[in-house]
Design a protein around this ligand. Structure first.
Ligand code: ATP
Ligand code: MG
Length: 395
């Protein structure tokens, strides 16, 4: 069911929107959620939104700019399943801030009915595409599929993916799957010092015979509460894994796990594309050296061109304080993304990898561990008032 929920105090706005969709055929359900004056009311407002169905939220018209942005941010944090559209004056600064706060579209005052219908239909299409991408498992809006990708090898994907998974499992033990899509040289098993009996190759080969209950047999448990699906034992096995098989693996796991963290190989290969296609969130990683930053710029363009810009993007800058390369501010300017996670250059990351013991466990007070654990909290259900916005493009 498609629903358009309007957050506005303008009486009759719901009838205006309903009228736009009268024909042909039944349009979406349209409802208005009125506001109370209080700022702390955003939680109540979000709780009043429909819990199921394809929900587009129209924020405004008639709201004060900062209030609209606060609502957009809270929606972005609390209800990643919905798509929001802002009805407000479209000066460039407001547009930029609205997009950064999570709005998918903007409707300026005086928009013609066709334009309103086009923007709202586009928002409904985005939800439908996401639902298909997630294999119809979006019944729990807090489910997240996080694809960790980078244009170059060695940027720290496996280190960050493993630490992030363990940090998430601290809050949600048993609900985190860490999946190795580095099909030739995957090292998730070393990052967590695991000895997998079965791997992603076995799961993919088992095909239809595996369901959401039996899938756990292919995973290797880690004491933190993470279940790892390790990469194939031999690189040659990678050739037997098709994109369809990999997509099925994610869909199967998303029936059983709230969080799926997918580590990928360096460069955007087919497996990384499958991961991003199924992802709610894409973690783009680079270090500060110029080739790495240039490669990320090109990756951003390429991912935008293939329509992956409707995912939540998070830019992760590793070795952010390395003496070589650009400083964080230059990187941010060059890439055009806010930096959502900065991990310092530190020996303990290398040691942790060598010892198979993620820093969030082995050295939780270290700046690197704190940074990753702090970032992980973005994905946990949190009180609205203390939430931060999810990473978004800054331009
Ligand atoms: N912030 C950091 N400080 C110091 N060393 C780090 C940091 N992050 C990662 N490393 C080290 O850099 C090396 C590469 O990291 P990692 O294996 O996580 O990168 P990757 O992107 O997964 O590489 P690949 O593309 O080969 O899969 C490892 O030895 C790791 O311990
Ligand atoms: Mg790796």
């Amino acid at each position: 069911m498609s629903i358009i929920a309007i957050i506005s105090d303008r009486p009759g706005i719901e009838d205006e929107i309903r009228a736009i969709f009268v024909q042909p055929g039944p349009g979406p359900d349209v409802a208005r959620v009125p506001l109370s004056g209080s700022k702390s009311d955003i939680g109540r407002l979000i709780a009043a939104l429909p819990a199921g169905g394809d929900v587009v939220v129209l924020v405004g018209p008639g709201l004060e700019a900062q209030r609209s942005l606060d609502i957009l941010k809270a929606l972005d944090q609390e209800r990643p399943d919905i798509v929001s559209v802002l009805a407000a004056q479209a000066d460039p600064t407001m547009l930029q801030r609205a997009i950064a706060a999570g709005a998918r579209g903007l409707l300026p005052p005086g928009s013609q009915p066709e334009q309103v219908a086009a923007v709202l239909n586009d928002a409904l299409d985005v939800i439908a595409r996401r639902r298909v991408a997630l294999g119809g498992t979006a019944e729990d809006p807090r489910k997240r599929v996080l694809a960790v990708v980078s244009a170059k090898g060695g940027t720290g994907k496996t280190s960050v993916a493993a630490n992030l998974a363990v940090a998430l499992a601290t809050a949600a033990p048993g609900q985190v799957a860490l999946v190795d899509f580095d099909l030739q040289f995957g090292d998730v098993e070393y990052a967590l010092r695991l000895k997998p009996e079965l791997t992603i190759a076995d799961l993919a080969r088992a095909g239809d015979r595996v369901d959401s209950t039996s899938v756990k047999a292919f995973l290797t448990p880690h004491p933190s509460g993470v279940f790892a699906l390790c990469g194939p034992a031999r690189p040659v096995e990678a050739e037997t894994l098709t994109g369809e098989m990999l997509g099925n693996v994610i869909e199967l796991l998303s029936k059983d796990f709230r969080y799926i963290v997918i580590d990928t190989a360096g460069g955007i290969d087919d497996a990384a594309l499958v991961a991003m296609d199924h992802a709610t969130d894409i973690l783009l990683m680079s270090s500060t050296d110029i080739p790495s930053v240039r490669a990320i710029q090109k990756t951003v363009e390429a991912l935008t061109a293939i329509g992956l810009d409707d995912r939540q993007w998070h830019y992760v800058l590793n070795r952010s304080d390395a003496k070589v390369g650009l400083d964080s501010e230059d990187v941010k300017q060059a890439v055009g993304l806010d930096i959502d996670l900065s991990v310092p250059d530190t020996r303990i990351m290398t040691l942790a990898m060598n010892q198979g013991s993620p820093v969030v466990e082995s050295d939780p007070k270290s700046p690197a561990a704190r940074a990753i654990a702090g970032f992980a909290t973005k994905f946990l259900p949190a009180p609205v008032e203390s939430g931060r916005k999810l990473g978004r493009r800054s331009k």
